[in-house]
Design a protein around this ligand. Structure first.
Ligand code: CMP
Length: 137
């Protein structure tokens, strides 16, 4: 059993597709092991995306992520890290495969509806960043 971390970003919440995203994960066989809504502070978003701090898009990324509430998800299942990323589709919706979340709903590489951990190490960091032991089921 593997655990990964996912976010329904502010654009996904705005588009009223929280349930759609969660449903796609569940229908693919994954289980919600933690879920909560949050409106991140600038410091929280900067800390979360610290690996991207030197990228030219960092400022815009942080501003986008604090532009409204989002949904934090702890997802569990066999091969969850890779599986959730496959359901999400490529970072840029222009490159995303048919039937993926980003192909169906995302407007741009920045407003791309969802985030998902890309490796076991990042999943461990990201889960611990947002979910304490009492919030994991
Ligand atoms: P995410 O998986 O949340 O991780 C970093 C995010 O940066 C990524 O999704 C994109 O939404 C965002 N981003 C914005 N601009 C770019 C870019 N030019 N290249 C890669 N990621 C970008």
């Amino acid at each position: 059993m593997e655990r990964t971390f996912s976010i329904v970003k502010p654009d996904g919440v705005q588009k009223n597709i929280i349930g759609e995203v969660v449903s796609r994960y569940e229908k693919a066989g994954y289980r919600v092991a933690g879920i909560k809504m949050a409106h991140l502070t600038k410091a929280q978003a900067e800390g979360f995306y610290a690996v991207h701090a030197k990228r030219p898009f960092f400022g815009e990324l942080v501003n986008f992520m604090i532009s409204g509430p989002l949904v934090l998800l702890l997802i569990e299942g066999e091969g969850a890290i890779k599986g959730v990323r496959e359901l999400m589709g490529a970072t840029d919706p222009k490159d995303a495969d048919e039937g993926t979340i980003r192909k169906d709903f995302a407007d741009s590489i920045e407003s791309n509806i969802v985030h998902g951990s890309d490796a076991p190490e990042t999943a461990a960091f990201e889960i611990a960043y947002f979910f304490n032991a009492l919030e994991q089921f």
